[in-house]
Write a protein that binds this ligand. Structure first.
Ligand SMILES: Cc1cc2nc3c(=O)[nH]c(=O)nc-3n(C[C@H](O)[C@H](O)[C@H](O)COP(=O)(O)OP(=O)(O)OC[C@H]3O[C@@H](n4cnc5c(N)ncnc54)[C@H](O)[C@@H]3O)c2cc1C
Length: 447
């Protein structure tokens, strides 16, 4: 397929208002959102209550919880049976004094955010899309952007789990210290999360501006200034022509003031219309830009609820690099441009603050993330991943848990210093491996 035909096909898919159905394209079988993975079983049990979760967990020898199925790899896969908490999607309690919200694990950010805003509250950050479940996103350390913003799991102050023996386990940041830090980014291995308590803050308004064609030289010289220019900053690039195609700057409106958008930004030009990160695609599914003020949950994500996010039929990979190596790492990937480009739709570079969650890629280190949205061509992408990982290895790059990577279990062991403690934690709550699958056996327990 030539580039024009491919872009046309993507445009058609991206403007599709219907989110991918449970049984996705072409396949009669249960798949992940992208459709690149047919799950190992179609056995899916939907629970409506904590009691049903407990009964199911007690009954089954092996199972996995499915969130909104947005991971690109087999982290959520099972050969035995799936438990869905999709129907458990209520806000259980909003506590203004403690500034926390407790939610059922099946709720998505798209459901939760307008509710919070309506009550005068906000979350600190969101991912590029609101369609994902809170429990699934936090379990894989899903993140947005912003130098001062930790990943979404850093907002978790409390969790309720059903452990492998069907017992209720409550953990909180306040009462359970290190165990809590180990359990939050739990990769689905500790138990079934039934409730999540999140930090909230007073609601706020934001403005989003997009600039086009930021010279690579400006990234080299002014990376810190560029990244700190807004509350959340994303650079999009196809790695061609020594430039970042687009810079998305999301800033908070404080006392009526926000980012002062001049016509140029380090050599980039202010866009004159809303843009999709892949400029050829319609911006219909993107959040409002051009400085139009709007609530946080309609500006922090790039993609709007109710529309297909991103391009639709795609693969994704992402690597977290310690912040101090940002420019070196970006230049290392840029040198691979001719190999990468034929398989790439777009790359995104973001910043994420350091945290203390054991299995978070930002554990004890502020990071930049280098993300790849790939064309759905796994044979080609699978050959590129080791090449990119080799270039990023000197920086001890950590792969995103929910995206495609080929980093070896031995390498994961060296870059996740708390992995041994995490394995012990899993063994404590799931001694017989009820929640383990091939992904966990290979990458966590086999390492
Ligand atoms: C278009 C698109 C855009 C994306 N953008 C971003 C982005 O901006 N930033 C980013 O970091 N990631 C992004 N991702 C990746 C994605 O959001 C994460 O990987 C996230 O985990 C998806 O959540 P989910 O509920 O769909 O998880 P699933 O894929 O359903 O499950 C992920 C893991 O969580 C576990 N899990 C889910 N629910 C529970 C529960 N109740 N109890 C215990 N374990 C549970 C599952 O067992 C599995 O191990 C994107 C993905 C897509 C498809």
């Amino acid at each position: 397929m030539n580039k024009r035909a491919f872009v046309k096909l993507l445009a058609l898919m991206a403007s599709n208002r219907v989110i991918a159905p449970m049984f996705a394209w072409g396949s009669e079988r249960l798949t992940n959102w992208a459709g690149n993975l047919v799950y190992g079983t179609d056995r899916l049990y939907s629970a409506n209550s904590s009691q049903q979760v407990r009964d199911y967990v007690k009954r089954e020898g092996k199972l996995k919880v499915l969130g909104t199925r947005h991971c690109f790899n087999d982290i959520a896969d099972s050969k035995y049976g799936f438990l869905s908490l999709k129907a458990m999607d209520e806000v259980v309690e909003l506590d203004p004094r403690a500034a926390t919200a407790t939610v059922d694990a099946g709720i998505t950010y798209g459901q939760l955010s307008p509710y919070l805003h309506g009550k005068g509250f906000a979350l600190h950050n969101l991912a590029s899309l609101p369609h994902i479940s809170v429990a699934g996103a936090c379990s894989t350390a899903t993140h947005g952007s912003g130098e001062k913003n930790g990943n979404l799991a850093t907002a978790v102050t409390g969790l309720e789990f059903i452990t492998a023996d069907g017992e209720l386990l409550k953990l909180s940041r306040q009462d359970n210290g290190e165990i809590f830090q180990g359990a939050v980014v739990g990769l689905g291995a500790i138990g079934v999360i039934t409730k999540v308590t999140l930090d909230v803050q007073p609601t706020f308004m934001m403005r989003q501006y997009v600039y086009e064609n930021l010279p690579l030289d400006a990234v080299k010289e002014h990376f810190d200034a560029i990244e700190s220019s807004g509350y959340s900053v994303s650079l999009f690039t196809d790695w061609q022509k020594q430039r970042m195609n687009e810079v998305w700057i999301k800033s908070r409106v404080e006392n009526g003031r926000a980012f002062d958008a001049g016509p140029t930004f380090f050599g980039a030009k202010l866009a004159t219309k809303n843009l999709h990160p892949i400029a050829e695609l319609s911006a219909e599914n993107c959040t409002e830009q051009m400085g139009v003020p709007g609530p946080w949950y309609e500006r922090l994500p790039h993609f709007r609820m109710g529309f297909t996010p991103s391009a639709g039929k795609e693969l994704q990979s992402e690597y977290f690099v310690p912040r101090q190596h940002a420019v070196e790492a970006i230049l290392a990937v840029e040198r691979l441009r001719d190999s990468i480009s034929p398989s790439l739709m777009i790359s995104e570079i973001r910043a994420v603050a350091a945290d203390t969650l054991w299995m978070s890629p930002c554990y004890n280190q502020a990071c930049v993330t280098i993300h790849f949205t790939w064309k759905p061509d796994w044979p080609a992408v699978s050959k590129l991943l080791p090449v990119i990982e080799r270039e990023l290895a000197p920086f001890k790059a950590r792969p995103h848990w929910g995206k495609l990577f080929s980093t070896s279990p031995a390498a994961l062991k060296t870059i996740y210093e708390r992995l041994p403690g995490f394995i012990e934690l899993c063994a404590k709550y799931d001694p017989h491996g009820k929640f383990r699958n091939e992904f966990l056996n290979k990458n966590i327990f086999g390492s």
